[in-house]
Each structure stands twice: as C-alpha cells, then as structure tokens.
Design a protein around this ligand. Structure first.
Ligand code: UDP
Length: 337
C-alpha cells in the first residue's frame, strides 16, 4: 500500500482528501497540529475510514519533527495542505501568515527533495490570478498580484516551487488551483469548521439558517453582473478531494503542472442564497451591504486541462454541495447541544 503524507489532513479539504485516499487504496499519514481543526473532525474521520490512516499531532514548521516523520515512513507522495486560509486574518496578521504558510512549505519541499519523494501536490488557489481581465481563467492566464497576504502566500508558494524546479527536477509537482470549495462529506461526519465568525459565504449562510448568526450581509449588489452580486466557481469539496487522488495517478513528462480545480461555471451570491433556500426549505434573512475590499467581480475556471490532462472533473452539483453543507451544519449543531 502506498503511504501518502497529508499535511493539514484534519483541515477542511485535507480531511475529505484522506477519505478519498483511503477509498482508493492509499494509506494517508496525517500531520496536523489541530490549531485550525478539532477532534470532531478526527472522530468523523475515524468513523469513516476506521484505522485506514494514521495521525500525528505535529507542526509542519517544526523541521526536526518533520524530519523524524520522513525517517519513519517511506512516502510515495506528499500532499501539502497545512496553511492558514483566511483572507481577512491575513491582512490583520501578515507575519503569522508568511511565517506559517511559507516556512511550512519550505520545510516540506526540502524534505521531499532530500528523501527523494517522487510526487508533491500543492494546495494553490485561484487567488493567484488576482483580478483577471477575462472572467474565465486558464492555467496560462497571467498571474496577477493578489490582494491579501494570504493570496501572496499561495502566489509565492508557486514561485518557490517553480524556482526549485528551474535547475533540478526534484520530483513531479502538481499545483492545484482551487476555486471555491464548498459542501461536506454526504455522511455529515466531516465538513468545514470555521473558527469564530465565518468569512466564507456558505458557512455564513448555513450558520444564519440555524440562527447562530442573525443575518447574512451580501457584500454589494452593484457589480456589473446580471443580478449585481459577485460570481464565483463553487466546487464540491469531495470533488476537490478526488482531484488530489487523481494527481497521484497522473504521470506526465512535464515535472511541474498547474491545474484549475473548479466546475467551469459561475454562480452569483444571490443565486447561492436562492439555491440554499430551495434545498433547505428555509427563508434566509439577508441585507445588502457595502462591497468588501478586495473582492473581484467574477471569476470561474476553464477546466479543459484538468479534464483532458489530469483526467478529473467535478461530478457533483452546487445543489449537492449546499445540501451536504446544510446536513453537516445541522449535525454539527446537534453535536454541540
Ligand atoms: N460574501 C458575502 N457575504 C459574506 C461572505 C461572502 O456576500 O458574508 C460574498 C463575497 O463578497 C464573494 C462571495 O460571497 O462575492 C464568495 O466569498 P468567499 O469569501 O466565500 O470566497 P472568495 O471571496 O474568497 O472567493
């Protein structure tokens, strides 16, 4: 069985990837210090995959403990999720973001090189496109400077990887540029677990629907889109997880590849609210507020490369994702009662 190191494997996308990996016959070795997760996710994981994985509570920035881990296991691949991900927080505490996201990446990349790991998968983001000229972005669409320190850590992460590949070809690397992952495992055992008030749209919607939050503020309805609200490419987290497993099967003479991980279709904020109301049967209280600084009007993925080269495409619909997110939120609420 192939050992796969999954850093940040107790996080949102990481935990769903662990489930997909086990289903496909891999043995995930999860490293997570749980600072952005909780034992609830580990319990959910254990229910879903039993002893199909192993867990180490460690910090990827601690080079000594990471080195010990690489000595203990022979990894066939490394999937690196461990990073902070809040745009707003990163503006408040840029040093925390640069330290954690870049040092963690540098540590893991160095160990992959030193221990001759054949495959490395990096969690990147469509934030590397900044505010693009075209709404539909290709992998070759020029990168633009992101708006936030968080975005810069992804932008610089890709740059570090490119520089490492410039002179030597240490291993095959795939940079997966996620669009907007939403949803949860259909079992309701694992899902998104934002700390504090959520920044992202869907957890904000589901927590408003349970009454945890009083009302959703839609950040602006005067954008040049059909209903005036921003458009994003929302993709089911289980599909995102599957893209990582597919990356492990991917073989290509090109040692460094970039793939958009989205559905290829955009939905507006108001469309998401309406869809949620349909799926849940609830009326969502919302108001229209001011635009949020740094929000781009519209972006969605071109998915030709991920479909034709990586051999991956999203199988689940946005409705599926909303239904699964709502199921998870209700279950999580009960667990907390
Ligand atoms: N959004 C909103 N209210 C919220 C959270 C988000 O109107 O409380 C909007 C936001 O302006 C954006 C979309 O929902 O147009 C997706 O935002 P999110 O933060 O989830 O993702 P990102 O902006 O990083 O693509």
């Amino acid at each position: 069985m192939k050992n796969v190191l999954v850093t940040g494997g107790a996080g949102y996308i990481g935990s769903h990837t662990v489930v997909s990996l086990v289903e496909q016959g891999f043995y995930p070795v999860v490293v997570d210090d749980l600072r952005s997760s909780s034992s609830l996710i580990l319990e959910g994981l254990s229910t879903l995959v039993k002893d199909g994985y192993t867990f180490h509570r460690e910090d990827v920035c601690d080079l000594d403990s990471m080195t010990r881990l690489f000595q203990e296991y022979r990894f066939d691949a490394v999937i690196h999720f461990a990073a902070y991900k809040s745009v707003g927080d990163s503006c408040e505490e840029p040093l925390k973001y640069y330290h954690n996201n870049l040092l963690g990446l540098i540590n893991i990349l160095g160990l992959c090189r030193d221990f001759c790991i054949p495959k490395f998968v990096f969690s990147s983001s469509c934030t590397v496109y900044g505010e693009p000229d075209e709404k539909q972005v290709y992998e070759h669409t020029p990168k633009r400077l992101p708006e936030s320190p968080y975005g810069f850590t992804k932008w610089m992460g890709e740059q570090i990887i490119e520089d490492l590949h410039r002179n030597v070809v240490p291993f095959q690397t795939l940079c997966l540029r996620y669009f907007n992952p939403i949803g949860a495992h259909p079992s309701g055992m694992i899902g998104e677990l934002p700390k504090g008030i959520p920044n992202n749209l869907l957890p904000y919607i589901t927590q408003t629907a349970t009454g945890e939050l009083s009302s959703l503020t839609i950040f602006g309805d005067d954008y040049p889109t059909p209903d005036g609200t921003c458009i994003r490419d929302y993709v089911h987290v289980c599909d995102v997880a599957d893209a990582h497993v597919q990356s492990l099967f991917f073989s290509d003479p090109n040692p460094l590849c970039f793939f958009n991980i989205g559905t290829g279709c955009g939905s507006s904020v108001l469309e998401m609210v309406r869809l949620f109301e349909q799926v849940s049967g609830k009326t969502l209280p919302y108001t229209i507020g001011k635009r949020r600084k740094g929000d781009i009007t519209e972006i969605f993925a071109n998915v030709n490369a991920s479909k034709n080269l990586l051999g991956w495409s999203a199988k689940r619909t946005v409705e599926d994702a909303i239904r699964d997110a709502w199921n998870w939120e209700q279950r999580r609420n009960k667990t907390h009662d």
